[in-house]
Design a protein around this ligand. Structure first.
Ligand code: NDP
Length: 451
């Protein structure tokens, strides 16, 4: 960065920190994007005059609401609900809902900000939003989850709609929760529209939506590997998480010929030196999605696997790492451990799983590294395809959806290469993704005036 750009960047970040005190995840996400796009803004002074980045970093609307519900013992509980509508400049707000004890305004704002650029990258007309609650679904009965979802939607319904804001799932919100949320929305509005995505196949869902984030991640990583004449075939892969994204990333990596040796949850990780196979995957799907069990049970079922309580999987020797659990799960030490273990490619399935220090380690080591906003965009892209199918009241085949997903991931990769290619021929996927997403959103804002 030259002196002038650095001055612009420093002043911009100082303002962000002053206006949003204590929101460290939000600062982190904004800083990463601003560092990538500041030189472009300086070269295009009208973007500076029109305060385009300043406007994107101020959500169009934030809704915070009380979510009261009753647990199975008849006790009243109170949670906090959020919907951060960051940008609707290229389409209706779109982004997931997260139910996790850690949810707060900073996390919601960081996710909505990231989503705005990710959705622009998908090439589909979708704005950026995120929502959620500090409700923890772990250990709750189905009836409790249903009562919570109904109470949450009883406020949210007035702020969303198929042409306004279309929520989807995220951590703690899968098919069960989307069902309860959609049911209550439909009841309150008395209409059947595609206002939520991730719906069941019988009631408006898209084929391949559950698989889309994990599969799309592997399609994107395949393109990354191809830039160095490599593929998944014969590679050892470390996956973190054991939820929706991790399950399908592991399944696709395995089907592309890789040996997937780890899965994790917030209590620890399992290492299976023999690698996952179709039978073991079927067990994981059942364990996590039907019985809602813990990943340590995998090691009890398959004695060749070992469970490491309280640890993350980054010390495991591997060729490829697919972090698919949560934000900031790879710190500097984790990144160094991955490099020491031979890792050549990190493709993010989760949102912002690597800290800035970890990203620096990957970039200094010269390995392939892609940020989640590029490599996990297959999920929201397929949600966009679900919206299209709902609009025309049609169902596409699995092959049709998969072909769209392949093309979209390939297009996102091409955009990253276009904007992120360095003079030495390597691709800076962070710069590429941030610039490609920013230019699309910024141009639309310029076209639409000061709104
Ligand atoms: P799930 O709730 O299905 O799974 C989350 C997994 O991550 C669980 O195994 C969970 O373990 C683990 N996890 C959650 N929080 C932590 C933590 N603090 N430390 C360690 N492990 C943790 O969520 P998804 O798979 O849907 O989402 C995973 C990531 O992917 C998130 O970052 C999400 O934003 C991102 N993403 C998801 C998309 C989607 O389509 N679902 C689309 C794009 C991105 P435990 O059970 O112990 O909580």
């Amino acid at each position: 960065m030259d002196k002038f750009t650095q001055k612009y960047f420093d002043a911009f970040m100082a303002d962000i920190i002053a206006r949003n005190p204590g929101e460290k995840e939000f600062h982190q996400a904004v800083r990463e994007v601003a560092a990538s796009v500041a030189p472009y803004i300086v070269e295009h002074p009208h973007l500076m005059d029109l305060k385009v980045l300043e406007r994107i970093a101020e959500p169009e609307r934030i809704i915070i609401f009380r979510v009261p519900w009753m647990d199975d013992n008849g006790e009243v509980r109170v949670n906090r609900g959020f919907r951060v509508q960051c940008s609707s400049v290229i389409g209706p707000y779109k982004g997931g809902i997260r139910f996790h004890a850690s949810v707060n305004l900073s996390i919601m704002k960081f996710l909505a900000f990231e989503q705005t650029f990710k959705n622009a990258l998908t090439t589909l007309p979708m704005g950026g939003a995120k929502g959620g609650s500090d409700f923890n679904p772990r250990g709750k009965s189905d009836a409790e989850v249903m009562r919570f979802c109904q109470s949450f939607m009883t406020e949210l319904f007035r702020h969303i709609g198929q042409d306004t804001d279309v929520p989807a799932g995220d951590i703690g919100v899968g098919g069960r929760e989307i069902g309860y949320l959609f049911g209550q929305y439909r009841r309150l509005r008395d209409e059947f529209t595609g206002t939520l995505t991730g719906k069941g196949l019988n009631w408006g869902g898209s084929r391949l939506r559950p698989e889309a984030t994990g599969y799309g991640l592997c399609y994107f990583a395949t393109e990354m590997l191809a830039t160095r004449g490599q593929s998944f075939e014969g590679k050892t892969v470390v996956v973190s998480g054991a939820g929706n994204v991790a399950q399908y990333a592991a399944q696709k990596a395995m089907r592309l010929g890789a040996k997937v040796v780890t899965l994790s949850d917030s209590d620890g990780y399992i290492y299976d030196p023999d690698g996952l196979d179709e039978d073991k995957m079927a067990y994981v799907f059942e364990l996590k999605n039907i019985y809602r069990g813990r990943i340590k049970e995998y090691a009890a079922k398959y004695p060749t696997a070992k469970y490491f309580p309280g640890e993350k999987p980054w010390k495991t020797p591997c060729d490829i790492a697919l972090p698919c659990a949560t934000q900031n799960e790879i710190d500097e030490a984790g990144a160094r451990a991955l490099i020491a273990g031979g890792c050549q490619c990190v493709a993010e399935g989760a949102n912002m799983p690597s800290t800035p220090e970890a990203i620096q380690v990957f970039q200094d080591a010269g390995i392939l590294y892609s940020p989640g906003k590029a490599s996990n965009a297959g999920g929201v892209a397929t949600s966009g395809l679900e919206m299209s199918q709902n609009s025309v009241r049609q169902h596409w085949t699995r092959e049709e959806v998969d072909a769209h997903l392949h093309r979209i991931m390939s297009d996102i990769h091409a955009a990253c290469v276009k904007y992120g290619k360095e003079p030495d021929g390597t691709v800076n996927y962070v710069k590429g993704a941030n610039l490609a997403g920013f230019i699309k959103v910024a141009d639309a804002m310029v076209d639409q005036g000061l709104v």
